[in-house]
Design a protein around this ligand. Structure first.
Ligand SMILES: Nc1ncnc2c1ncn2[C@@H]1O[C@H](COP(=O)(O)OP(=O)(O)OP(=O)(O)O)[C@@H](O)[C@H]1O
Ligand SMILES: [Mg+2]
Ligand SMILES: [Zn+2]
Length: 208
C-alpha cells in the first residue's frame, strides 16, 4: 500500500532506523516484513518480544502519531501491544468493521478487550459500506447497512462514519499510489477525510 516492500532496515545508535516512504520523511514505517527474508512461523513469546522492540528499539524520533495496524483479535499479541504502549499513554483504538456478521462479531470482541484493558475507543468505522457505481453514482449496499453505527450506539462509543467500497481506493492500495493526490473526486475520499478530521479533533482534545 505504501510501496515500501523489499526495503532494508539498518541500525543506528538509537536502534533500528525505520523505513521512510516519502522524500520529506513524513511517514516512517516498521514491519516484520522488513526483517524476514521469507515467510516464517513464530511462536507467541518471540512475537511478543518483537512487538516490544518495535516500540522501544526503533529510532522513531519525534512523532505526531504512531499508528499500529493489528489483525482482528484479542490475542497475546494485542495484549503485548497495549502493554508496550501504555507508558506512552496511547490515545485509543479505532475499530473497523464491515456489516457482515463475522466482522461485527470480531469488533464486539475488540470492544470488550478495550474495556478490560482500559484502552479508550476513539470510534468505530463501517468499511465497504455500499458501492457507488462509477457510471451512474447510484449506491448499492452489498451487506446490510448501519451495523457499524448500531454497534457504536450499543457500546456508547463514537461512530466515525462509513467508507464505501471504492474501486479507485483499492486500485491505489494495490499499486501503492497516493490516493489523496490521484482520486480527490472518488466516493471514499470525503468519507476518509471526515474520519481523519474527527480523529485529529479527538486527539487535540485529549492532549489539552
Ligand atoms: N473501502 C474500500 N474500497 C475498496 N477496497 C477496499 C476498501 N477497504 C479495503 N479494501 C481492499 O480490501 C482488501 C482488504 O482490506 P484491508 O487490508 O484494509 O482489510 P483488513 O481487515 O485490514 O484485513 P486483515 O485482517 O488481513 O488485516 C485490501 O485489498 C484493500 O485494498
Ligand atoms: Mg489489516
Ligand atoms: Zn450504474
Amino acid at each position: 500500500m505504501l510501496n515500501a516492500q523489499d526495503r532494508d532496515i539498518h541500525q543506528c545508535d538509537g536502534g533500528w532506523v525505520p523505513v521512510f516512504v516519502d522524500q520529506d520523511k513524513g511517514i516512517a514505517l516498521m514491519s516484520i516484513g522488513f526483517l524476514l527474508e521469507k515467510p516464517d512461523v513464530w511462536r507467541g513469546p518471540k512475537k511478543n518480544a518483537l512487538i516490544k522492540q518495535f516500540v522501544s528499539d526503533v529510532a522513531w524520533g519525534e512523532l505526531d502519531f504512531l499508528i499500529v495496524d493489528t489483525l482482528p483479535g484479542t490475542s497475546d499479541e494485542h495484549i503485548s501491544t497495549i502493554e508496550s504502549l501504555r507508558p506512552y499513554k496511547p490515545l485509543g483504538a479505532v475499530l473497523v468493521t464491515t456489516t457482515q456478521a463475522v466482522s461485527m462479531g470480531d469488533v464486539r470482541w475488540e470492544l470488550t478487550f478495550c474495556k478490560k484493558t482500559g484502552l479508550r475507543v476513539l470510534g468505530i468505522i463501517e468499511n465497504m459500506s455500499g458501492f457507488v457505481c462509477p457510471h451512474c453514482s447510484e449506491c448499492t449496499n452489498l451487506f446490510s447497512k448501519g451495523g457499524g453505527q448500531e454497534l457504536a450506539k450499543h457500546a456508547r462509543v463514537p461512530f466515525l462514519g462509513c467508507v464505501p467500497l471504492d474501486p479507485q481506493l483499492s486500485r491505489s492500495l494495490e499499486e501503492g499510489s497516493d490516493f489523496l493526490q490521484e482520486f480527490p473526486k472518488s466516493s471514499a475520499f470525503p468519507a476518509l477525510a471526515n474520519i481523519a478530521q474527527q480523529i485529529l479533533a479527538g486527539a487535540s482534545s485529549h492532549s489539552s
